[in-house]
Unconditional design. Structure first.
Length: 88
C-alpha cells in the first residue's frame, strides 16, 4: 500500500508541475502577444490539480480501501488530464 501511495504522490506532484507550466505559458503568451494555452486548458489543469491534491490527502491520511481509492483517484484523474490536454 505504501508503494501505491508513494507513486500517486509523485504523480500528484507532477500534475502540480504541469499546472505551473501551463500557467507560465499563459502568462508569457499574454505578455509577448503570442497564443498560449487557452482558458479551457487552464481550467482543466486547475480542476485536475484540486482533485489530485484531494485524492492524495485521502490516500495519505486513510487506511486500507480509503487509501487505495485516493491513490486511484489521483492516477485516473492524471490519466484523463494527460489524455485530453496533452496527448489528444
Amino acid at each position: 500500500m505504501t508503494l501505491v501511495r508513494g507513486i500517486s504522490g509523485i504523480v500528484a506532484g507532477g500534475v502540480l508541475v504541469l499546472l505551473c507550466v501551463v500557467i507560465g505559458a499563459a502568462v508569457m503568451g499574454a505578455r509577448r502577444d503570442f497564443p498560449g494555452p487557452g482558458a479551457e486548458s487552464l481550467s482543466w489543469h486547475v480542476v485536475a490539480a484540486v482533485v489530485v491534491v484531494g485524492g492524495q490527502l485521502v490516500a495519505d491520511r486513510g487506511k486500507g480501501l480509503a487509501a487505495l481509492s485516493g491513490s486511484a483517484i489521483v492516477l485516473v484523474t492524471t490519466g484523463v488530464l494527460l489524455w485530453t490536454q496533452w496527448w489528444g
